[in-house]
Design a binder for this molecule. Structure first.
Ligand code: PMP
Length: 412
C-alpha cells in the first residue's frame, strides 16, 4: 500500500547508482500501488478514475475502424506528422468551440493523451528547480510529471469556487521574494481532479488577470469540461486569453482512453516547440488512433454520446452523495460536484486516510488518500472518492463499508 515494495525493489536494483538524478522523483504513485488491490472483484473501488465506457456503441466504433483499415489502411498504419492528423485537428477545434474557444487547427498539437501534453509542456519550460504553481490539491499524474523534471511545486489554496485569487497572489509573491522562477500555473478549472470543484467565471477572469500581470503562463488542463451534470460548459480560460494560456484537452473521458488521444492548444511559438518535443518523444502521435477518433467523430453523434455519459455520471454522483449523507459519521464533510468523476471527503480531525487505507481494503473498499494530491505531505485528513466506474449499488455498498471503517477509527 505504501512505498515499501518499491523500496525493497530499489535496494535489489544493481543499476541504482547509474540512474539520472531525475529518477529520484519517479516513484510509483499511491494510486498505482492501489490498482492491484482495488481491482480484486470483492473490493469496491472508489479509488481509480477510470471512465465507464460500457455505453459506447461498439458496433459503430468497430464499423468505423473496419472502414478505416479497408479504405485508408496504408495511411492509417504509416508514420504521420509530428503535429497530428490535420483532419482531427480541425475536429478538435470544433470540440473546443463548445467552450467558447476560437482556434486555428495549426495551433493544435495532438498528444498521447493529455498526460503527454503535460509532459511536453513541462519538458519545454522547466529546468530543475523551476517552480510550478498548482492548486491544493492537484492531479497526481501532473505532480508526477513535475517531479520527474525536478520542478518544484508550490501549492495555492482552493475553495468551493476554485483557486483562490489571493492565495495565488501570495504564492507568486513568496516565490518571487525567494528569487525563484515560476514557469507556469497548472490549473484544472472544471470538475477538478481530485477536489471536484469548478472555478467560477469571475475567478477565471481574476486568475487570468493576475497571471498576465505577474508574467505567469497558465496551463489549463481540461479533460472533464464537457462532463457537467446540470448546465452547459463554462467558458474556457483560453477563450478569453489566447496569448498567455496553453489549453489541454482529451478524448479519454468523452470517448475512450484506450486510443490515447489528447491535445494541446498553444500560442504559436510554443506550438512550434511542442511539435519539436513531440517529434523527439514519439516521432508522431499514433496515426491509427488519431484516424480512428477522427472517424468516430465524423460518423457518430458524439455530442449525444457525451450527453449519455453525463446522465450516467450524474446518477452515480447522486448515488455517492446520497450514500454519504445517509451513512457517514458526524465530522466528515464533502463537496457535491456538478460534473466530472470525484468527491473530496474531509475526515474528522485526527484521522489519517493513508494509515486507515489497509483497514479499508480489509473491509473491501478502496479510495485514494489525500496525500497523493499534494507535493508537500499535506492532505492526510482527506481522501478522493471516485463515482465514475462502479454502479450506483456498488457505490452505496462501498460508502457503507467506508463508513463502518471510519466509525471504528473514530472509536479507537
Ligand atoms: N489531467 C487530468 C486532470 C486527469 O484527471 C487526467 C486523467 N485522469 C489526465 C490529465 C490525463 O488523461 P489522458 O492522458 O487520458 O488524456
Amino acid at each position: 500500500m505504501d512505498s515499501t515494495p518499491a523500496r525493497t525493489h530499489a535496494s535489489l536494483d544493481s543499476f541504482v547508482d547509474r540512474y539520472a538524478a531525475r529518477t529520484a522523483g519517479m516513484t510509483a504513485s499511491e494510486i498505482r500501488a492501489l490498482f492491484a488491490v482495488a481491482s480484486r472483484p470483492e473490493v469496491v473501488s472508489l479509488a481509480g478514475g477510470m471512465p465507464n465506457i460500457s455505453g459506447l456503441p461498439l458496433d459503430v466504433v468497430g464499423g468505423a475502424i473496419n472502414q478505416l483499415v479497408l479504405e485508408h489502411g496504408p495511411v492509417a498504419m504509416q508514420y504521420g506528422s509530428g503535429q497530428g492528423v490535420p483532419e482531427l485537428r480541425e475536429q478538435i477545434t470544433e470540440v473546443m468551440r463548445l467552450e467558447g474557444i476560437e482556434a486555428h487547427p495549426d495551433d493544435v498539437v495532438v498528444t498521447v493523451g493529455s498526460q503527454q501534453a503535460v509532459d511536453l509542456v513541462t519538458r519545454i519550460f522547466c529546468d530543475p528547480g523551476d517552480v510550478v504553481i498548482c492548486e491544493a490539491p492537484s492531479y497526481v499524474g501532473a505532480l508526477g510529471v513535475f517531479r520527474a523534471y525536478q520542478a518544484e511545486v508550490v501549492h495555492a489554496e482552493m475553495d468551493a469556487h476554485g483557486l483562490v485569487p489571493e492565495a495565488l497572489e501570495q504564492a507568486i509573491a513568496a516565490v518571487k521574494r525567494a528569487g525563484r522562477t515560476i514557469k507556469f500555473l497548472y490549473t484544472i478549472p472544471n470538475f477538478h481532479n481530485p477536489a471536484g470543484v469548478t472555478m467560477s467565471a469571475e475567478r477565471r477572469q481574476r486568475v487570468l488577470e493576475i497571471c498576465r500581470r505577474e508574467g505567469v503562463l497558465v496551463l489549463e488542463d481540461n479533460p472533464y469540461g464537457l462532463l457537467g451534470f446540470d448546465r452547459e460548459p463554462l467558458r474556457a480560460m483560453r477563450a478569453d486569453e489566447a496569448d498567455n494560456v496553453i489549453y489541454l484537452g482529451s478524448f479519454s473521458k468523452t470517448f475512450a482512453p484506450g486510443f490515447r488521444v489528447g491535445w494541446a492548444l498553444a500560442p504559436h511559438p510554443v506550438r512550434e516547440k511542442l511539435v519539436l518535443a513531440q517529434e523527439s518523444a514519439t516521432l508522431c502521435p499514433p496515426q491509427f488512433s488519431q484516424m480512428a477518433v477522427s472517424a468516430y467523430l465524423a460518423t457518430h453523434d458524439w455530442q449525444g454520446q457525451i450527453k449519455q455519459f453525463r446522465e450516467m455520471y450524474r446518477e452515480r454522483r447522486d448515488a455517492m452523495v446520497g450514500a454519504l449523507e445517509d451513512l457517514m459519521p458526524a465530522g466528515c464533510s464533502w463537496n457535491v460536484p456538478d460534473g466530472g468523476f470525484y468527491v473530496w471527503l474531509t475526515l474528522p480531525p485526527g484521522i489519517d486516510a493513508k494509515a486507515m487505507l489497509p483497514r479499508a481494503v480489509t473491509a473491501r473498499v478502496a479510495y485514494v488518500p489525500g496525500t497523493a494530491f499534494f507535493a508537500d505531505g499535506y492532505g492526510s485528513g482527506a481522501m478522493r472518492l471516485s463515482f465514475c466506474y462502479p454502479t450506483a449499488e456498488r457505490i452505496r455498498e462501498g460508502v457503507r463499508r467506508l463508513a463502518g471503517v471510519l466509525e471504528d477509527e473514530i472509536e479507537l
